[in-house]
Design a protein. Structure first.
Length: 606
């Protein structure tokens, strides 16, 4: 889940690469480095810590290099320090490489290489890979053939880019189970792990598939099958991302900007998918799929919470049984699929390794797969039988906000679409839902600003809490899980999300005066049961913050009022509230909101 950017062309490479790394820092930020050819040698500059440390090191090094590679790291093998930072060099310092992923058999390869006279200076699996490639060049192979031969011995996942001092204008790249994309611009070519890295320069892209090898020169590129070096052809695609969408736009943090963007995200996701006049939902992307008799959702983290939320809608509106699987566990179970079952893979980036692996298992058993993701041309999108894009635009903050909003909305639309297709949801009910969806962006647009003010107040009130309990029933239960996740991942305050009825089966032991409960309620039929649970907490002196519509009344709690939207649309008001509370708590504690410690945006390793 590191960030890779490589460039060759007519511009000053170090400047271009450094700018690209800034746009990729959300993928990893414990160290960074750049390598470039200079007077027949390879110069490598790298540093531990955030990217500004590397920028300071480069400020006093003049270079006119037109080719180079860069990397921002999220550590997997070896502690975060300058030695373990990428790029890595081979022993003769003629090849330099950057890598995203994990080489699972690196220890075996390292032992073999050491027996052949190779010496290593870092703890990383990446240094093993660059030495393995160099071992073949030492035998007289070309760089292209050496890379192909080396990769035939590699087990694991990788996206890599390398340069050679003997070919100063060339870049070699390859991928397996980690994303990599070529950018084709008027001033040169880019290779990167994500499109925003080169978006200021070009929107013309080529998506690499698994087990492909790319050779890039200043004025051309060639694509091969990595194992056989069979030439491949691939068309250039154009992405319509707005560069400004990947900038902060005056906000102090990307996370706050992305929370505030949710009304627009809803509008974009609805565009072309609802007919407000007819009161109908149309999803052309899934028309080719048969109506599922059963759904198995594969997802991780926030996407798992979105899938769990949608389970209630699929069962309520479409009468479709749903299993929601944590993808990292699903892939190691012996699963039997039933006739008519559909696998639904959810991932913001479309590159989540465990979700992609689960998708591959389903497809291997002949199960149709629907991908739900945000990134055009991502691995999950390309591997699915059909793909539904969430239209959220680039999400930069590591903590996902608007992506979950867009996932929930897309899943809601699917539930309506399939519910009508199965004859479970009436035309009248569909029209009522569509009318509520049409008004939803405006409802949230006016609700979010005062919501942030309340979040600031409650964050100040509960700043010294030693932990939090998040409770919810029904649709509010997955939102409770998400609220707890957001709080702990950016403020580092421990929080647990529970189905409210489970509170008395253990978590109630935590309740005391400095351990508050945030209760989520949508004003639906389960409210009375939730209030019974809250009474038990209040009886033990536990503070309760109730996030619920205005008409909900529970005198024993502080009431954080949200707009009184219909079920299930009230979920879209609860979501930004729990996100804003976590955000304001992290700001109060002066945490790195957009790049929380130990986390990265796109989890492309297992």
């Amino acid at each position: 889940m590191c960030g890779i950017i490589a460039y060759t062309g007519t511009q000053q490479a170090v400047s271009v690469i450094l700018d690209g790394l800034k746009r990729l820092e959300y993928r990893g930020y414990d160290s960074a480095g750049i390598a470039y050819p200079d007077n027949g040698n390879l110069e490598v500059v790298k540093s531990s810590g955030k990217l500004h440390c590397l920028e300071q090191s480069l400020s006093c090094i003049p270079t006119e290099a037109r080719t180079g590679i860069g990397h921002t790291r999220w550590a997997t093998h070896g502690v975060p320090n300058q030695i373990n930072a990428h790029p890595h060099l081979d022993g003769s310092q003629t090849i330099s490489l950057v890598h995203n992923g994990i080489i699972e058999n690196h220890a075996i390869l390292k032992h073999w290489l050491e027996a052949r006279g190779h010496h290593f200076v870092s703890e990383t699996d990446t240094e093993v890979l660059v030495h393995l490639i160099a071992d073949y060049t030492r035998q007289g192979y070309s760089v292209t053939n050496s890379l192909s031969a080396a990769l035939s011995h590699v087990q694991g996942s990788f996206a890599l880019a390398l340069i050679s001092s003997q070919h100063p204008g060339c870049i070699w790249a390859a991928r397996h189970a980690s994303p990599l994309v070529l950018g084709s611009g008027p001033n040169g070519y880019f290779v990167a792990s994500d499109i925003p890295a080169f978006l200021p320069h070009t929107r013309d892209v080529v998506f690499l598939e698994d087990d492909e090898l790319l050779v890039v020169e200043p004025s051309s590129w060639r694509l091969y099958r990595a194992s056989s070096l069979e030439p491949l052809s691939r068309s250039v695609e154009r992405v319509e991302w707005d560069l400004q969408a990947a900038e902060k736009g005056g906000y102090p943090h990307f996370m706050l900007k992305e929370i505030q963007e949710q009304p627009r995200v809803i509008q974009d996701c609805l565009s072309g998918r609802i007919d407000s006049v007819q009161g109908t939902v149309t999803i052309a992307e899934v028309e080719q799929l048969p109506l599922p008799s059963r759904i198995r959702i594969l997802a991780c983290g926030t996407s798992f919470h979105a899938g769990l939320w949608a389970k209630y809608l699929f069962e309520e509106w479409a009468d479709i049984p749903v299993e929601v699987e944590i993808a990292s566990e699903f892939r190691y179970r012996n699963i039997s699929f039933s006739p008519g079952e559909l696998a639904l893979a959810i991932s913001q980036s479309g590159e989540t390794a465990d979700t992609k692996a689960g998708l591959d298992i389903a497809r291997g058993k002949g199960v149709p797969v629907l991908g739900l993701c945000n990134v055009l041309g991502s691995s999950i999108a390309r591997a699915s039988d059909a793909v539904l894009y969430t239209q959220a635009g680039p999400e930069i903050s590591v903590a996902s906000t608007k992506a979950m909003c867009s996932q929930m909305l897309a899943l809601l639309l699917l539930a309506v679409y399939w519910g009508r297709g199965k004859g479970v949801l009436s035309r009248e009910a569909e029209a009522e839902i569509v009318a509520g969806l049409g008004a939803l962006p405006g409802d949230l647009e006016s609700a979010i600003p005062p919501m942030r003010a309340r979040a600031q107040d409650y964050a100040r009130q509960f700043k010294q809490a030693k932990g939090f309990l998040y409770l919810g029933r029904g649709l509010a239960y997955p939102l409770a899980l998400e609220g707890a996740l957001k709080l702990k991942e950016i403020s580092y305050i421990h929080a647990e999300g529970y189905a409210a009825g489970e509170m008395k089966h253990g978590p109630i032991a935590l309740v005391e005066e400095d351990f508050p409960t945030c209760a989520l309620d949508l004003g639906d039929r389960v409210s009375p049961k939730l209030f019974s649970n809250l009474q038990e907490i209040r009886a033990r002196q536990g503070p309760v913050l109730l996030l619920a519509p205005e008409e909900v009344d529970f005198a024993e709690a502080q009431h954080w009022e949200i707009p009184g939207l219909s079920w299930p649309l009230a979920s879209f008001a609860v979501l930004p509230a729990i996100q804003l509370f976590a955000y304001e708590m992290a700001v109060l504690w002066d945490k790195d909101v957009d790049q929380p410690r130990n986390l990265a945006k796109s989890v492309t390793v297992e």
